[in-house]
Design a protein around this ligand. Structure first.
Ligand code: SF4
Length: 455
């Protein structure tokens, strides 16, 4: 069958889609770049981000005419929702008239079988000349062991490879649906991960980004997350090792020392703060106080020189007062993050917060707070980026700049986007770029004489 797959949400969903493609191709399906001529449309949806959630439903709505057309033609047509969204909503997704397959994040190995069953017309559907009835299939069982060992992701990007090293989360932050949609924490064996990294280097990938819902809680018998990072950094051909998304509670000294010690482990830590008020942090069940967070920041900066720190923030969590928000504002000023993803709180079905705390902060107040926080973060990022003018950074080229003809884009070790006139070098090359201008979200510069590269 021809399968069209669309992905919404975080990098974990992107990485899962690479696994899904691999499983489907292995089973003999053909990947299709367009919906119209496909027999199977799969939407790997997100239950965590409101925007991705709405987009997934919007996508399903757009498939209604095609579902009707295929029913008129009596041609098999499978529309499946996968991932966190499938796990979170389960059978409720069948209320949408186009959906006839639901598979959670631990059920991808069963997809070929589910597709085969869902693609068959329901028995008795042709009686009295009526349209065949749609068969519905679901597998949303969570596993405590599934890590997709032995499945080689089918990747398209040739510079960075997402490598899932652990799945699930045991933290149960009250606003978050992940522990319910992705199950308990489990890590892949270190040797298996490093073998994958070795293969990626041989394929020409220059960067690996280790992924996990709570990536730095990775542990296996005899190996820590620091061991894993150091092992990957030693693989010949790999120039950069990154990871996301960590939890502030899992940064032991040896991990920070490993990041500081190895030049190929990027000096960039995404450190999700979420809120700056101790009362809200406690309600969120984040397990740290603002003082503990600040001392971790001090420790990170003392151990890893020139580290870039980025974060996630939520405004308008239930009961958040102006004073609580000011605490967040204050923390952002104090830490001086290089960049931040800032979200308005939105209630997610099935979370502790949805059950126990009414979403009572008004939309107007949330908007006012997010705008103030954006303004602050923009000011901080602009100041930090302007400090980089005149300095030279090693940039990993990602490709052509979409918005500037004749320019390339790439990232610094600190994960800052850099735009520069084309060098003629291919994606994956490392090039020194002198920064000439800065905005809050990007740096603009010129590549130094290419001979410098080989100096
Ligand atoms: S650490 Fe908290 S926010 Fe992150 S995935 Fe786990 S429960 Fe969600």
């Amino acid at each position: 069958m021809k399968v069209y797959l669309e992905t919404y949400g975080c990098q974990m969903n992107v990485a899962d889609s690479e696994l899904i493609r691999s499983i489907l191709v292995e089973a003999g399906h053909e990947l299709s770049p367009q919906v119209d001529d496909s027999d199977v449309v799969l939407v790997n949806g997100c239950a965590i981000r409101e925007n991705a959630y709405r987009k997934t439903y919007g996508r399903l709505d757009l498939l209604r005419p095609l579902r009707l057309e295929r029913q008129r033609e009596s041609r098999p047509f499978v529309v499946g929702v996968l991932g966190c969204m499938a796990q979170n909503m389960k059978e409720a997704l069948f209320r949408h008239p186009v959906v006839n397959l639901v598979a959670g994040p631990d059920s991808y190995r069963a997809l070929p079988d589910l597709i085969a069953k869902a693609g068959r017309p329901k028995e008795g559907g042709h009686r009295s000349g009526r349209r065949p009835k749609i068969k519905k299939e679901i597998d949303a069982d969570l596993s405590i062991v599934e890590t997709y060992s032995g499945v080689e992701p089918l990747r398209f990007d040739g510079v960075n490879a997402w490598v899932v090293v652990m799945r699930g989360c045991d933290n149960f932050c009250t606003f978050c649906v992940v522990p319910y949609t992705r199950g308990r924490e489990r890590s892949r064996p270190k040797d298996e991960v490093l073998e994958e990294v070795q293969g990626l280097a041989e394929e020409g990938f220059k960067q690996v980004t280790f992924l996990g819902q709570n990536v730095n809680s990775y542990r296996t018998e005899g190996a820590s997350f620091a061991d894993l990072l150091l092992g990957a950094a030693e693989v010949p051909g790999i120039e950069r090792v990154r990871f996301t998304s960590p939890h502030p509670k899992d940064f032991p000294e040896p991990l920070l020392e490993a990041i500081a010690a190895h030049p190929k482990i990027c000096s960039h830590i995404h450190l999700p703060l979420q809120a700056g008020s101790d009362r809200i942090l406690d309600l969120m069940k984040r397990t740290y106080t603002r003082t503990e967070f600040l001392s971790l920041v001090d420790q990170i900066r003392a151990t890893i020189p020139n580290v870039a720190l980025t974060t996630d923030l939520i405004v308008g969590f239930p009961t958040e007062t102006e004073a609580d928000f000011q605490d967040t504002f204050d923390m952002v000023e104090r830490v001086g993050f290089d960049s931040a993803y800032i979200f308005k709180y939105s209630e997610r079905i099935g979370t502790i917060a949805a059950r126990d705390f009414p979403d009572e902060v008004s939309p107007k107040v949330k908007t006012d707070r997010i705008v103030r926080l954006f303004d602050l973060q923009h000011r901080i990022a602009l100041e930090k980026n302007r400090d980089k003018i005149g300095k030279t950074f090693e940039v990993l080229i990602e490709g052509e700049a979409e918005k500037r003809v004749g320019h390339q884009i790439g990232k610094t070790e600190g994960h800052m986007m850099v735009v520069f006139p084309s060098t003629g070098l291919p994606p994956g090359a490392l090039v020194p770029v002198e920064i000439k201008e800065a905005s809050p979200a990007a740096l603009f510069g010129e590549a130094l004489r290419l001979s410098v590269l080989n100096a």
